[in-house]
Structure formats: structure tokens, C-alpha cells
Write a protein that binds this ligand. Structure first.
Ligand SMILES: [Zn+2]
Length: 463
């Protein structure tokens, strides 16, 4: 509210003072009643404040240009020229980040699939991608087309290609999407590639599974010098070349996938067995037998003490965990469907058992991490416009509180990307990227699907 205080005092003149006071009040009232103008106003809305975890009821958000300019708690007389959205009974959250995407895959589909899917993400409230693996040139082009308005879609922050040691695990994908994965075998490779990625707009790199242990500290060092954060996927659920603790100690600040922590938190007796298998030239069969045994033990394979120590380490290093929980659940549902359709293959039943054990263990790790103060990111590891909210639902079902799930798709993502000045919460000077919901997501996180309206860069998104 704009008010003007006029203090005009003339000594020894009580009568005159009263007149001046009345004039002052009149001017104040006139200023209060003067309609206030903003480009866009969302009134009487319940703001989900992801910073405090509280819901601020009946607030009015004013937007000018592409920014939130002010939040009013009182009734305001707005000018008729302002566009007004009535938010009574509705809820508003910051726009969502999906933190584990490989969006370049969408460019392999023909027709208008790319545009349709990207727009669907926006309609579902997903306004930013953290893309963790794809050809850097494709991602750079997509980002620029989206920011110029040629394509409607979420803004993209990207790593560029998967970085592996030869032989490349993902080589097959390169046939369809060249430079999806590239080798990083020597210091020369690191020296030449990382500055190019930074120059092409990558703000982070993705290290994958089989990368050489002796090369890893050098990669981290060169990444740091090029202002590139590191997203690390240790690969196999147990047999990790760069295990979580090593990555964290070196300065990696995101670990991908729910099972990444498992090898570190195994009970001591199993860790000894695991180390022996890793050191010896063990064949894949022996490793698989061990993995099946551990999976079958479920959470009994896990040392509480080591899990707590890992949580401390994650917090100390300010690292986040991106569980992509729905991936295993998705595989499991596919197998269950095959079985339901009459496929009696014995291997199918074995895989079903293994995956359901992984789901149990992954859910447990994620819940314990969250309860012990480790920040989780929401990421789908898929290209499904509904996948972000599906992951949120699965995290909630695993026992993560709804506000922590929401933070994982908003505040924590912005924090990790160092974008909190502009994104991740609802307050003045943030970019007006907002999702209005018909129902309360803190009651039930699945209400994130119940989108009433999306505002991107201060503009209402039209379907
Ligand atoms: Zn992935």
C-alpha cells in the first residue's frame, strides 16, 4: 500500500496543526484508495512457502514484467487495467525443476513430438530441466530455441554428454544420438573436453560408472577450474568404480540414483566380501550371485551406523541425492504386466524379485536420508511430461514428507544450481514462474497434478 505522511508542524498553532493533520489524513486516504497498477495480479491465493514450509493464506501476488514485484497481505484496490486472477481456495508453488533428464532423446522422434512434449512439461508446471546427459550441441540449441520463444518448453541447465572410460557403456545410444556419451580416458581428454563443454554452456558435467579411479581426482580438479559442478552416477547398484564416499570426499555434490549409497552402507562383513570381489578378477556371475544375496537380505544388509555416517558426510559436503526412485518401480510394473499377461519365464520372476528388493532398499535409503537432513532432488530419468510428479508421488510414498518432496523440485534444485536469487521460492524479485493448483500439495503431493494454471516468466501459459 502506498501511503504519504505529511508532517507539517507550526509551533504555537494548535488550530492550524489540526487542520494540517486533517489534510494529511485525507491525502493518506486518497493515496490508499488510488488504484494500484500491476501487469498481473493473483489475489486471495494460498502461497506454499517452500523456505519455511508454511502456507500463507489469502495473499496477493503482484507481477510486473517477468518478476514478482510485491506480495500483499491486505486488501488492495487494484487498477482495472491490471490482469487479475482470482486465486480463492487455490494454492501456488514455485515452478518445478526436473533434476534428472535426458531431454535430447526427444529430438530423435519425428513430427511435432519435441514441441508437443516440451509444452506438456510446461503445462504440468515443470519449468526447468537439469539435464544430466546428452549431446552438448543439441542441448545448447534446444536451450536457445526455448529462450528465444521458437519452442515452448522448460529452461534447460545441462551437463552435456555422459563421460565414461572406454569401452563406452552407452555407445549404442550414440548411433541414434551422436555424442550422447564420450570417452574420458586420459588427462589430455579431460583438458581438451571440459573447457569446450563450459564454453558451450554446460554448467556441470556428468561422470558415469566405469570412469577410471586414478583419473577421477584430475577430472574433479579440472571441472572446478572450469566452474563445472559434477553430477555423479556410480552405475551398478553395488560394484562401483567411483563409490559415493570417494566422489563426495573429492568434492562431487550430486549423487544420482537411490541405490548409489548401498555399497557404502553395507554391514562390515558384507563390505569385506564386496571388496574381495572387487579386488579379485571375479567374473560377472560371482558378482551377480553376491548382489542377489544382498538384495534378498533387503534392509538387513545395511549398517545403521554407516548410513548415519554417510548422511553426516553428505551434509558436511553440502551434497544432494537424486534418487530417481520411479525408475525401478517402472521396470517392476512392466515385469508384473508381462507376468499378468501369462509370461512364465523363470528369469522374469527372478528379475521381479530383484527389482522389488531394490525398491524396498531404495525407499529405505531415501527415507532415512531425508529424515537425517540430506536434501533430495526430484528427477525422473525419463522424458515423460508426467514423470516429474510421478517421481514426487513415489518419494512421498517412500516416506519423504510432502514439503521435502516439494523442496526437492523447487528450492533445493535452485540452491544446487546457485539460482536462488531468481528461482526456487515465491518472494519479491523472483522470476514469476509459478504453478497454481486447485488443491493443496502439502495435503497430498499427488495434488501437484491438479494444475489450474501455469505462469511462465510472468505470463499465463495458454494451452
Ligand atoms: Zn539418467
Amino acid at each position: 500500500m502506498k501511503t504519504f505522511k505529511i508532517l507539517i508542524m507550526k509551533p504555537n498553532s494548535v488550530k492550524k496543526n489540526s487542520i494540517y493533520a486533517i489534510i494529511g489524513i485525507c491525502i493518506t486516504i486518497a493515496a490508499c484508495n488510488r488504484p494500484i497498477e500491476h501487469d498481473l495480479i493473483i489475489r486471495n491465493i494460498n502461497i506454499i512457502d517452500v523456505v519455511t514450509g508454511k502456507t500463507l493464506q489469502n495473499q496477493t501476488i503482484a507481477i510486473d514484467n517477468n518478476q514478482i514485484s510485491k506480495i500483499y497481505s491486505e486488501n488492495i484496490n487494484f487498477s482495472a487495467s491490471s490482469e487479475i486472477i482470482e486465486g480463492k481456495g487455490k494454492f501456488i508453488t514455485p515452478g518445478l525443476f526436473d533434476n534428472h533428464m535426458h531431454i535430447a532423446h526427444l529430438t530423435c522422434y519425428g513430427g511435432d513430438t519435441l514441441q508437443t512434449r516440451l509444452a506438456e512439461f510446461v503445462h504440468n508446471g515443470v519449468l526447468y530441466f537439469r539435464d544430466v546427459g546428452g549431446p552438448v550441441d543439441v542441448l545448447k540449441r534446444l536451450k536457445s530455441k526455448i529462450s528465444s520463444g521458437d519452442l515452448i518448453g522448460p529452461d534447460i541447465y545441462y551437463t552435456g554428454p555422459m563421460l565414461e572410460s572406454s569401452p563406452l557403456h552407452w555407445e549404442k545410444i550414440n548411433e541414434e544420438l551422436p555424442e550422447f556419451t564420450v570417452p574420458l580416458d586420459t588427462r589430455d581428454d579431460v583438458d581438451s573436453l571440459l573447457p569446450i563443454l563450459a564454453k558451450k554452456g554446460a554448467t556441470m558435467i556428468k561422470t558415469f560408472s566405469n570412469i577410471k579411479t586414478e583419473l577421477y581426482p584430475y577430472i574433479v580438479d579440472v571441472a572446478r577450474k572450469n566452474n563445472l559442478k559434477i553430477v555423479h552416477d556410480p552405475g551398478s547398484p553395488l560394484f562401483n568404480q567411483i563409490p559415493i564416499n570417494m566422489a563426495l570426499e573429492l568434492g562431487v555434490t550430486t549423487i544420482e540414483h537411490s541405490m548409489a549409497a548401498w555399497c557404502y552402507i553395507l554391514k562390515d562383513e558384507y563390505r569385506i566380501e564386496l571388496d574381495t570381489l572387487l579386488q579379485q578378477d571375479t567374473n560377472i556371475r560371482q558378482k551377480m550371485v553376491f548382489m542377489f544375496e544382498m538384495a534378498d537380505m533387503g534392509i538387513e544388509s545395511i549398517s545403521e551406523e554407516r548410513l548415519k555416517a554417510l548422511c553426516m558426510l553428505m551434509k558436511e559436503k553440502n551434497a544432494v541425492y537424486s534418487p530417481t526412485l520411479n525408475v525401478f518401480k517402472g521396470f517392476l510394473s512392466e515385469i508384473e504386466e508381462e507376468i499378468a499377461n501369462g509370461n512364465n519365464d523363470e528369469m522374469l520372476f527372478k528379475r521381479k524379485k530383484l527389482l522389488s528388493d531394490f525398491v524396498t532398499i531404495g525407499n529405505y535409503i531415501v527415507r532415512e536420508f531425508s529424515e537425517n537432513g540430506v536434501k533430495l532432488l526430484v528427477g525422473q530419468d525419463n522424458i515423460d511430461p508426467e514423470g516429474t510428479v510421478k517421481e514426487m508421488v513415489v518419494l512421498s510414498e517412500a516416506g519423504v514428507s510432502n514439503i521435502e518432496v516439494l523442496r526437492g523440485a523447487t528450492l533445493y534444485a535452485a540452491e544446487w544450481l546457485e539460482l536462488t536469487e531468481k528461482y526456487g521460492s515465491i518472494k519479491p524479485f523472483q522470476i514469476a514462474d509459478l504453478v497454481i493448483l486447485n488443491t493443496d500439495p502439502l495435503e497430498n503431493i499427488a495434488n501437484m497434478k491438479d494444475v489450474f494454471m501455469v505462469i511462465q516468466q510472468g505470463k499465463v501459459v495458454k494451452k
